[in-house]
Design a protein around this ligand. Structure first.
Ligand code: PNS
Length: 155
């Protein structure tokens, strides 16, 4: 069983995230989407809501499981017996942060690998922060997020 963890804050989940999940499904037998509590980031959507939105957005994906987590990703990887982390890379600007995080995780657990997947060019500009900014001003995010969660976001 090839199992991978796709961690993130998912505040909220976007079409960029689901594009990465679809790509990961082609490589792995099971993808565990792990929603971080991430109190430092002061998320717009609370922890339970972010988990609920990820579950709704990935309902059709047979290989996907969704969990919430607090604490270190390496501890979650021990608990879930998954030594591969998936992260999305959109642009060079993502690279420095991702490199640092990948090395930090590898320094804590040497057999942990991080695999970076690129979303389709159509989704390369999408980020949760862009979605939040548009939502704050009551703008339309229908082209940026999975349709299954659109009503929740409007509410
Ligand atoms: O979607 P994000 O905000 O880029 O996701 C970041 C996340 C949640 C993957 C990262 O902050 C994380 O792994 N948090 C758990 C705490 C941890 O393990 N930190 C050490 C690695 S820097």
């Amino acid at each position: 069983m090839k199992r991978a963890i796709y961690p993130g804050t998912f505040d909220p989940i976007t079409l960029g995230h689901t594009d990465i999940i679809k790509r990961a499904c082609k490589i792995f037998d099971e993808i565990i989407v792990a929603v971080a509590i991430n109190r430092e980031k002061k998320p717009m959507f609370d922890f339970e809501k972010r988990i609920e939105l990820v579950k709704k957005a990935t309902k059709e994906f047979k290989k996907v499981k969704v969990v919430g987590f607090e604490g270190l990703l390496v501890d979650l990887s021990d608990k879930l017996e998954a030594n591969t982390i998936i992260r999305g890379l959109r642009a060079v600007s993502d690279f420095e942060y991702e490199l640092q995080m990948g090395y930090a995780n590898a320094s804590l657990k040497k057999d942990l690998d991080t695999i970076y997947l690129m979303p389709s060019l159509n989704y390369a500009f999408i980020s949760s922060s862009i979605v939040r900014a548009i939502l704050t001003h009551d703008g339309d995010v229908g082209h940026l997020v999975p349709s299954a969660i659109l009503n929740d976001l409007k509410a």
